[in-house]
Design a protein around this ligand. Sequence first.
Ligand code: FPP
Ligand code: MG
Ligand code: MG
Length: 377
Amino acid sequence: TKRDMPSIDPLRIVAKEMKFLTGNIRKLLGSGHPSLDRAAKYYTQAEGKHIRPLIVLLMSRATSLCPKAPHRQQATIQASAAINTSISPLSILSDFNPSADVESEPVSSDIDILPSQRRLAEITELIHTASLLHDDVIDHSVSRRGAPSANLEFGNKMAVLAGDFLLGRASVALARLRHAEVIELLATVIANLVEGEFMQLKNTARDEANPRWSEDTLTYYLQKTYLKTASLISKSCRAAALLGGADAHTVDAAYSYGKNLGLAFQLVDDMLDYTRSEAELGKPAGADLELGLATAPLLFAWKTFPELGALVGRKFSQEGDVTRARELVMQSDGIAQTRALAEDYANKAIDAISGFPDSEAKDGLIEMAVKTLQRKK
Ligand code: FPP
Ligand code: MG
Ligand code: MG
């Protein structure tokens, strides 16, 4: 069910914080080695959608009005000093920008978002960008965000190393939050991303030559989708609430919002791969089948057309497989079913935060769920 919403721009609600996002991320990525510096910062040049930091900041603001946990972790309070200290020069190459500072603007007017929560927003984007650098190598992608991919621009080796560097710097920034539970959450995300990618390489749980459709097919896909996409969004929502000292009920609600939104987001992504062109997406369209991947639209089509099993089993590798699979998806209701499932999850995300006190930030989170379904790229 679509909710009646006044038109609201989620970006405007945390515009001040978002304005400094890319600059702060680039400061975290400074390296004394010019070509590493260039490769590491490459995906920060083209404006990404910054969906994850946006959600983290909205969640931070929305949960600031929620009940607090009885005993706030002492570490949270001590953290703010460490967040702003520059990363120590382990070697000449990693000695960068000693004045790196998240407080590049006054914060008195937005007291409800903590410096640690802003740093968390940056960390989520760093982890996401690291995964894209590696993903484009794995997927042999040639374009990203409307420009040549990093692997095309710098080669696979540099792209992989740049991704590793981002993870390293994200880990340092994370450690400086001095919040063990938050560190554990985001470290788990990094492992989850890899687990999701591994599950995707297999397509189905048993990886047979001629698999049959079963209810497990969808379960496996959703588990993979959680690990690959929803883990980062959900655990960073949870971390945002924890950093703000929210009570357990709020922390769980934040997590549930992120999990359901993340699942909706990836379902829409998998649908757009079938329905949009490369020019519209800023990255190759129809890429999933070419990569041998069976995503939601195809899995739903497979239930109607069992012959797709053989194609799934050989990862659409024979001549004509991709064309045939696409035809059958288009003849089926796979795309409509994918959209319907995405809508279910988006509604669950909205329901998860229904107990939050009314605020602009809460409306922004609701609008993010609505926009997830409407997005075209
Ligand atoms: C984009 O998916 C990729 C991901 C969401 C995660 C990929 C994860 C890895 C490569 C594991 C390594 C992880 C880290 C943290 C270094 P996609 O290929 O469906 O999306 P796209 O169309 O944007 O390329
Ligand atoms: Mg990819
Ligand atoms: Mg991929």
